[in-house]
Design a protein around this ligand. Structure first.
Ligand code: PEP
Ligand code: MN
Length: 337
């Protein structure tokens, strides 16, 4: 249920209703909006405390939450969630641009990339230090040494760091270096990991599983929100279909669909979504036209020698061209980039 407080409800009235909700054995998630405060009252069992809550002080109305996901739902919070980390913003007119190598391979590779993407206008640096690879014989990432390199790149460029955490055992370690924790597609339904990043508190980039429905993505986000972390970005990175010409099928309808259902910002990853360098820029532009709040793009100084995902990575020049194209679409969409 959503306890909608009146516009002028006092702090005491809000606090009173939070306590009332908890006394009824429900979990309370207060959401302080610009217009008014609502308290999402969430419980496992269907219990009807509606009338009792409705008679509380400062309460305008109590309405059921129809969506299976609760805190993530637009019903609970009509205005978009805006997440800001340094110069990186998602969720308002500003479009976030996360770019960088698939994997951190060396200080030189990461630093040259960070400088180049920053010069082209990127607002955050991505780079995997813990890599989820299909084969155990593929490069698994530089682990903590990779995180240190990312921290060096941040110190020099000021770009916040987006990097993947693969296991709940690594959340503390990765959280010490990262500004935004990435949950990879393969881990979208690793519920203990979702709870752990929820408790850690840093903003989370949650990637859609290759065979997950959008409701499953929203319910995965709900785990992080329910653990007390409101800063979750959803990332469409393509799903597995019968099509083999692209690495995954990048379903861009998910962007307006998600915006309709949730207040959380939506990021698109056209690098993994297509799996081919030549397709990335145009799908990035299409993502902005679809309303994406941010993009995440793989860029490498020499894609041919990349230790992972070289075939979908852009050179510095290609990334600068992508930015030029995307800016034109952003202007047409009344967005800033
Ligand atoms: C990545 O970002 O390099 C990555 C492994 O992505 P995904 O989890 O979407 O496959
Ligand atoms: Mn990759």
């Amino acid at each position: 249920m959503i306890v909608v407080m009146k516009k002028g409800a006092t702090r005491e009235e809000i606090q009173h209703m939070i306590e009332r909700v908890e006394q009824l054995g429900l979990k309370s998630h207060p959401i302080y909006g610009t217009e008014r405060t609502v308290i999402a009252a969430i419980g496992e069992k269907r219990s009807d405390h509606r009338q009792s809550l409705e008679s509380g002080p400062g309460v305008a109305e109590v309405v059921p939450i129809l969506a299976p996901y609760k805190v993530a739902s637009r019903e609970v919070k009509p205005e978009p969630t805006v997440i800001r980390v340094g110069g990186f913003t998602v969720g308002d007119a500003q479009i976030g641009m996360i770019a960088g190598p698939c994997s951190v391979e060396s200080e030189e590779q990461t630093l040259t990339t960070a400088r180049a993407i920053k010069a082209a206008g990127a607002t955050a640096l991505r780079g995997g230090a813990f890599k989820p690879r299909t084969s155990p014989y593929s490069f698994q990432g530089m682990k903590e040494d990779g995180l240190k390199i990312l921290a060096t790149a941040r110190a020099e460029t000021g770009l916040p760091i987006v990097t993947e955490v693969m296991s709940e055992n690594d959340v503390k370690l990765v959280g010490r270096y990262a500004d935004i924790l990435q949950i990879g597609a393969r881990n979208m339904q690793n519920y203990r990991l979702l709870e752990a990043v929820g408790a850690e508190g840093k903003p989370v980039l949650l990637k859609r599983g290759p065979s997950a429905t959008l409701d499953e993505l929203l319910l995965a986000a709900e785990y992080i929100l329910d653990a007390g972390n409101p800063n979750v970005m959803l990332c469409e990175r393509g799903i597995r279909t019968f099509e083999t010409h692209t690495r995954f099928s990048l379903t861009l309808a998910s962007v307006p669909y998600l915006h309709d259902r949730t207040h959380l910002p939506v990021v698109v990853d056209p690098s993994h979504g297509t799996g081919h360098t030549v397709l990335v820029a145009r799908m990035a532009a299409a993502s902005i036209a679809a309303g994406a709040d941010a993009l995440i793009i793989e860029v490498h100084p020499d894609p041919e020698t990349a230790l992972s995902d070289g075939y979908q990575s852009l050179t510095f020049k290609q990334f600068a061209e992508l930015m030029t194209l995307c800016r034109k679409v952003a202007v047409a969409m009344d967005r800033v980039m």
